[in-house]
Design a protein. Structure first.
Length: 164
């Protein structure tokens, strides 16, 4: 008989992703919790923090026949196994692999510093080079752009620029 191992989706109790992950791993289950490094402003300072990609959900690798699914329901932090028509629906393995690859590809970016060269990749000034001046809130930046032999200060979304 072939092994029918597949990934399934678990819903965790509110703000208990880490507890559920730890308890499931302690029971010997293979669990995947995709995490991302994001920049947040805390106490007036820009910090890189790790947050779940899917808050409130974890992926668990189980065999339909060989694994004992009963302890999952009573695991601290776990709310339920996500089902469709009262049957757990497996998540395609290639989706999990693409998630893992995508997370591995996303290296945490260093915060820009005043004077760093940047390239504008979106918007009205796309394909122009500029100089980073400062952050303007959480999602915007102020850049210095040389237009018609004069330096102009522009505010734009952080997503529109990349380090040159």
């Amino acid at each position: 008989m072939a092994v029918q191992r597949a990934w399934y989706l678990l819903q965790t109790k509110p703000r208990q992703d880490a507890r559920a992950l730890e308890n499931l791993e302690n029971q010997g289950f293979e669990v995947f919790a995709p995490m991302l490094n994001v920049e947040r402003i805390r106490a007036g300072k820009r910090q890189t923090v790790t947050e779940p990609l899917f808050p409130g959900y974890l992926f668990i690798y189980l065999d339909q026949v060989a694994d004992n699914w009963r302890p999952i329901r009573s695991t601290r932090g776990v709310s339920r196994l996500v089902t469709f028509n009262d049957m757990p629906l497996p998540v395609a393995g290639d989706i999990i692999e693409r998630l893992r690859q995508r997370i591995a590809d996303k290296q945490p970016k260093e915060a820009l510093k005043s004077g760093d060269p940047v390239h504008i990749c979106q918007g009205a000034f796309a394909e122009l080079d500029a100089v980073f001046e400062c952050y303007d809130g959480t999602e915007r930046v102020v850049i210095l752009l040389n237009l018609m032999h004069r330096t102009q200060r522009l505010s734009m979304p952080l997503a529109n620029i990349r380090r040159a």
